[in-house]
Design a protein around this ligand. Structure first.
Ligand code: MG
Length: 179
């Protein structure tokens, strides 16, 4: 059954992403550190086919997952040179188009970023504002939590970033009122 056959009033989606963090080129294969569409000053950056924005990738997958669609890696394969270095806002915009096309709007979104460095705390409000703008919702509907990995494993050693996101979609209020 597709989304269109029998629309649910709500749909929930989960997104997860992990990227290795390597010294930024030319010292290593890391790309400049970008998270939630914002540039951060850091000596390591994500290894990825696109710009490696793990937060935008996890949000994109949460939206696609809520719709029951293929994930970001299937829609934008890393074997396709067209996506080399792509700004991940492109992927998010494509997922939002699918949300609208399926007749849903984003309710709220909750993200957990697990990262040793750089610290996102000082820029949390800026990140939430930026995400809210990209998603077209008020800032209050976007929550963001930063955690460390207690210095254990690759994430805790600063060699990777991990992001979890849950997102809730709903039918627009005016539409449900008319049914
Ligand atoms: Mg990714």
């Amino acid at each position: 059954m597709t989304v269109e056959d029998q629309p649910l009033p709500f749909r929930i989606g989960h997104g997860y992403d992990l990227h290795r963090l390597e010294p930024v080129a030319p010292a290593g294969e890391g790309r400049p550190f970008v998270l939630g569409g914002l540039a951060f000053d850091h000596d390591r950056g994500p290894v990825g086919h696109s710009d490696g924005d793990a937060l935008l990738h996890a949000i994109t997958d949460a939206l696609l997952g809520a719709l029951g669609l293929e994930d970001i890696g299937q829609l934008f394969p890393d074997t396709d040179p067209a996506w080399d270095g792509t700004d991940s806002r492109v992927f998010l915009a494509a997922a939002l188009d699918r949300v609208r096309h399926a007749g849903y709007v984003l309710g709220n979104l909750d993200a957990t970023v697990i990262l040793e460095r750089p610290k996102i705390g000082p820029r949390k409000a800026e990140l939430r504002r930026t995400l809210a703008t990209l998603l077209g919702v008020p800032m209050e509907r976007v929550n963001l939590k930063g955690k460390t990995h207690e210095r254990v494993d690759a994430v805790g050693e600063g060699r990777a970033i991990e992001v979890h996101v849950v997102a809730l979609l709903h039918r627009p209020a005016d539409e449900s009122a008319s049914t």
